[in-house]
Design a protein around this ligand. Structure first.
Ligand code: TYD
Ligand code: MG
Length: 458
């Protein structure tokens, strides 16, 4: 091969946009100051070459058999759920998350379970020595002989090991430490991350090996390296949570073999990650009784209803400008709801500070929690507690009307399961939940209805 000519190009750190010259703003994703210079060899093609000696032949779609056994269970229901029912052989999965959140621990635990089920697994680490991994493994438990470790960062060598050993599952921890000779730049640079993923993709598809790639996340919450990585893999899972809180959420953001938006909930313990089978119970733990400003609501995470406690603290502003602060809830949504309460109910919230918190550290994006937030704010403002056996769901519109929410049956079902007495639902949804026994269901037409209920003490 002729000696490759080196040239310098600029990549956007966020989206992978390529340009011949530096720019202050990326024209593709409009982010500022994200272009970085990298040296690439102009003759090397990033596309992996495929062995073309065998004639290629299309197959009839009707001749392809699908069976459930094709999936390998990971031994952790929460992980299986996010993967869409287990590992699909030959798939490429990206696991992203902040450093120290527990990615290596999660995958190591998965490896242990797989090895116990006689699957050959190979854990390749570019970050830690075998001793360090062993130390972590000691905390998790006993490992079977089917599990092997390799500390290597050269993908050429890793490729030959995979070809000779043919394990069924491989972990690459992490993609930012791997390098391929095909690409230039240091490990972790955009061209290296991209090329390394391309090499792993080729290995996984040609040998039928499932590869889990660990990717570190930047401050902005994206896997370091271009977005392109997310397009190349079959599934993308994000492991998130507050490092100081014990619970962790594994979220599927892309899945070629199942639904996305599914979450798995874990708790970080001394002896590794434990599955949280009933997140609602976990989130509601330690709920205060008879305190003003707390209301329970329900948010859907994929197909799973999760009950959450919304806490609000509303008090008189001491300095001219009222403070509004939220944690776990969208601040703009809270401002909007408070404006609705002010206008439609005539509550003087304009000169009040308000703090809204989703207890347990969960983040909610759904508008179905609106009614819960509105009730918590009013309850704190009036200093009248809402009964702790009441749950409220509903979206609040700008005229104060309570609008329909999706999957109301599941939400009410979860409330009944956890022993709630009364569920406030949007009036338009009441037909759908009429058949559910075990609690009183009240249809709410507008926020003022709900507030009247607080005052009457439901
Ligand atoms: P780790 O899996 O190394 O994170 P990542 O690979 O995402 O960087 O997890 C590190 C954290 O988890 C560390 O702060 C210690 C904690 N931890 C426990 O609390 N219990 C355990 O059993 C293990 C293995 C780790
Ligand atoms: Mg790690």
């Amino acid at each position: 091969m002729a000696k490759a000519k080196m040239k310098s190009v600029f990549f956007c750190k966020d989206c992978g946009y390529e340009s011949a010259k530096w720019m202050g703003q990326c024209p593709a994703c409009k982010a500022w100051n994200t272009m970085v210079e990298e040296v690439v060899s102009s003759s090397s093609k990033a596309v992996p070459s495929i062995n073309r000696t065998e004639p290629i032949k299309p197959v009839k779609i009707s001749e392809i058999n699908l069976s459930e056994e094709d999936r390998i269970p990971t031994g952790m229901d929460e992980l299986d759920r996010v993967l869409g029912g287990g590992i699909v052989p030959g798939s490429l999965v990206l696991v992203g998350g902040d450093p120290g959140i527990g990615k290596s621990t999660l995958l190591l635990q998965m490896c242990r379970n797989l090895a116990d089920n006689d699957q050959n697994v190979l854990y390749i680490s570019g970050e830690e020595s075998p001793k360090q991994i062993k130390m972590r493994a000691e905390r998790i438990g006993k490992f079977d002989d089917h599990m092997e470790l390799l500390c290597e960062t050269d993908l050429g060598r890793i490729g030959s090991v995979l070809e000779s050993k043919k394990p069924s599952v491989v972990i690459i921890d992490s993609i930012q430490t791997m390098y391929s000779e095909e690409a230039s730049g240091s490990p972790g640079s955009i061209s290296q991350v991209r090329e390394s993923t391309a090499v792993l993709l080729k290995l996984s598809k040609s040998l039928g090996i499932t590869i889990f790639i660990v990717g570190h996340v930047t401050k902005e919450g994206m896997v370091a390296g271009p977005r392109i990585l997310e397009h190349m893999v079959d599934s993308v899972l994000y492991f998130e949570g507050d490092r100081h809180a014990a619970y962790r959420v594994l979220r599927g953001v892309k899945n070629r073999f199942g639904s996305t938006n599914e979450i798995g909930v874990f708790e970080m313990r001394e002896e590794g990650l434990a599955e949280v089978k009933n997140p609602s119970e976990y989130m509601l733990n330690g709920r205060p009784k008879g305190a003003a400003g707390t209301v329970t609501t329900c948010s859907m995470e994929g197909t799973r209803p999760i009950l959450l406690e919304i806490q609000a603290l509303v008090c008189q502003t001491n300095f001219g400008y009222p403070r509004r602060q939220t944690s776990g809830a969208d601040i703009n949504r809270v401002n909007l709801l408070m404006a609705v309460l002010e206008k439609r109910l005539g509550l003087h919230l304009g000169n009040c500070d308000a703090y809204v918190n989703v207890a347990g550290g969960m983040k909610v994006q759904e508008t179905a929690v609106d009614l819960g937030i509105a009730m918590a704010v009013v309850s704190s403002f009036l200093n009248v507690p809402v009964d702790d056996r009441v749950l409220a769901v509903g979206e609040v519109g700008l005229s104060g009307e309570v609008r329909a929410v999706s999957m109301i049956e599941q939400r009410v079902g979860e409330a009944v399961k956890l022993g709630f007495d009364t569920v406030l639902v949007p009036k338009v949804c009441i037909e759908r939940v009429k058949g559910i026994k075990g609690c009183k269901i009240i249809g709410i037409e507008s926020v003022s209805d709900a507030i009247r209920l607080i005052k009457e003490d439901v």
